[in-house]
Design a protein around this ligand. Sequence first.
Ligand code: F6P
Length: 565
Amino acid sequence: MAINPPVDATTTEAWGKLQKHYDELQAQGIDLKKWFNDDPNRVDALSFDVGTLRFDFSKNLIKPETIKLFAELADEVHLAQRTKDMYSGVHINNTEDRAVLHTALRREASDEGKLIVDGQDVVKDVRETLDRMYAFADKVRSGEWKGVTGKEIETVVNIGIGGSDLGPVMVYEALKPYADAGIKARYISNIDPNDIAEKTRDLDPETTLFVVVSKTFGTLETLTNAREARAWLLEELQASGAIDGSDAQNAEAVEKHFVAVSTNLERVKEFGIDPKNAFGFWDWVGGRYSVDSAVGLTLAIVFGPARFEEFLAGFREVDKYFAQTPFEKNAVVIMGMINVWYRNFFKVASHAVLPYDQYLHRFPAYLQQLTMESNGKSVRWDGTPVTTETGEIFWGEPGTNGQHAFYQLIHQGTQLIPADFIAFANTPNPLKDGDQDMHELLLGNYFAQTKALAFGKTADEVRAEGTPEDIVPARVFTGNRPTTSIMGVRLDAFALGELISLYEMITFVEGTVWGLDSYDQWGVELGKQLAKQITPAISQDDDALAAQDASTRSLINFYREVREF
Ligand code: F6P
């Protein structure tokens, strides 16, 4: 079905009003200290509760009236209709002619009746796959599923890349304290042989289960790693005498130690994995939106089906909130619009995500794919050029580590870097350093950083500390550096589902304003094609080498000169 061309946000009335508002704020001088003093209601007006999360937008460079303009812009770009279209299965991924239905992965059958899309009873299929996946996870967890020599599985190894890796590994790291079956997970993604070599080096093949995850089952990195893993498994088992190397025993070993997750079950079969050990998903789930599908199989095994259901419930909480809350009160819409505000009016290029929780150390990397593969685009969904800047560079590291690395630039550098600070009130590891609660030391830093960024330190304050005059400028903090604080009750499966859905929807809001198809990723294709063409030139094919550009030729020649194997 043809979809309407995008509204050019820059021509809307709301955009004009936001530009005027921005110019006025700049003319008056952006001054968070003053805004807090002038408006005692500021924090209340700019704080929101969503599920288990508290959002404080008050340290952003907005006023409560800015939110009204955000809501008007959301109206004018038809955000409500596009949300309805997404949730109901309209092919809003029009460059691939696909529905975008990751919200259906966590929908309850009882929610809104049946969802039939392109003839498929979507929620029924989702639940059936989850049931199969849970039954399998339970077998592995209970020890009923055994390796070829009769031993229980101790390590599950996910082989995938991009969306088939970043989500699962991020969640595995985030929920580690909830791993309750004595099963560990590892994640192999890179085609660099060092990755698989290091991740398998100390593993016992008899207790290892490989989960090959690939939406297309055609990704070079994943298939290469999967073949390598299969060779490793068979060689190791033969070397120890566990199998005799006959075709029958090899096939049995692969059957017991390899399962797959894919939308392409034909290719899974071709690879040699029995389709009964394969878990499907559908082309309407984008790779970077797939962690809550069968792509999360390693998570269901490590944490158990009940926890996986809690994870889905967290997503659902935010999905419903996002779709049902009026724009002016909708923290998710506001957060997306705040990003638009900085990107398009302040012209900022990058956005830091700073979790004050070590368990979230892979969250920024996960968000990089989610946000940058989705919104790093220069044409709109109707093929016309974008009319304003798109896609911020998302990056970050956990606090407090980042404080001792790159925060200097955020505090005193020449560019504005909006940052999301994320922390949780409770920790599963309430350790003490003497009488001092370590978690409160962490939180002390979480609170201090946004305060320093917002309110800074004036030259007079620096002087009052007795600082010599010539050093005063170096110690001044301008303040007015924007942050959003997100605080949750605890980092559990539910909260993590909430957080992921939050950023999925923020990405969607921004993509809608910019008129983007946030669900394709043509930009990664050219590199893949060229890698295929260039690889033969590296060591064997001189004609292929001659066909390369001068720089590539020169680099390959250097490689040929210095390689030692
Ligand atoms: O990097 C491009 C991409 O297509 C991602 O969108 C995707 O998550 C990743 O490759 C892996 O793809 P697949 O799951 O099909 O192996």
